[in-house]
Ligand binder design. Sequence first.
Ligand code: MLT
Length: 322
Amino acid sequence: TASNLDSIFSNSKPTILVSEKLGDAGLDLLKSFANVDCSYNLSPDDLCSKISMCDALIVRSGTKVNRQVFEAAKGRLKVVGRAGVGIDNVDLQAATEFGCLVVNAPTANTIAAAEHAIALLSSMARNVAQADASMKAGKWQRNKYVGVSMVGKTLAIMGFGKVGSEVARRAKGLGMHVVAHDPYAPADRARAIGVELISFDHAISTADFISLHMPLTPTTSKVFNDETFSKMKKGVRIINVARGGVIDEDALLKALDSGVVAQAALDVFTEEPPKDSKLVHHENVTATPHLGASTKEAQEGVAVEIAEAVVGALQGELSATA
Ligand code: MLT
């Protein structure tokens, strides 16, 4: 297109806007190829006014790349890179209509997310966060914080993709009985880890612990709701490091109040940061602010993975146009 040719020939280097913190190794790679504008915490309006000067945009989960952003780009934006796995904060329909490629970093934070799920599982079972808060408040409550054991308990992994399988491996090491539900996972991969693939209802009704690892799609939106909570074993414990939107948060609050769900450990929320903090303040909830992918190692890995993907996509775009 004309605007594309403008960007290639008038200013030989493309411009990449990075709207959330990206690891140094990834930034260095981007800078060797493009003009890089790191502008964090942009308001939606500021993002829209900058975007028409950019050939690519790199985001994490905090930037909503909606239709308005693609409209404001006036045809120049060619690539959106998601520094992570989930692309639910990018309007894919609008991206397609505006001829923009969307790429992600599908592997570099797998282990970090799995490790965070295990951290939440074990700290929830032993009330680590609550007991720590109590000690910091000057108390010594040994009877209040008696936990539950993990060994021999059934863990249901909902979504047996990269992260789900790594959680399964680790949970087996803790002596848990692991089952999984995933309509797309191959049975031989599950068998190799010693995990039984079973139906959704069977998984949620037999589990002592349920860990969520599915993407947020129209099919999985609020799949944990009044009806599905009512099928769970009383006293079940839930871990969510996937996406807040797969849980109906009002239904979870009711299930926690009635004791159907004994405890929940939540890293993700329907709205981030959550406006309504009833869940966060519930005494049986352990909450972290979307830290699943946040290890030094994962963030460096993700930065390089997304930088390579974005540069590759822009190079493809440039050679197709030239
Ligand atoms: C992901 O989808 O990979 C994570 O949500 C990454 C992130 O923390 O942004």
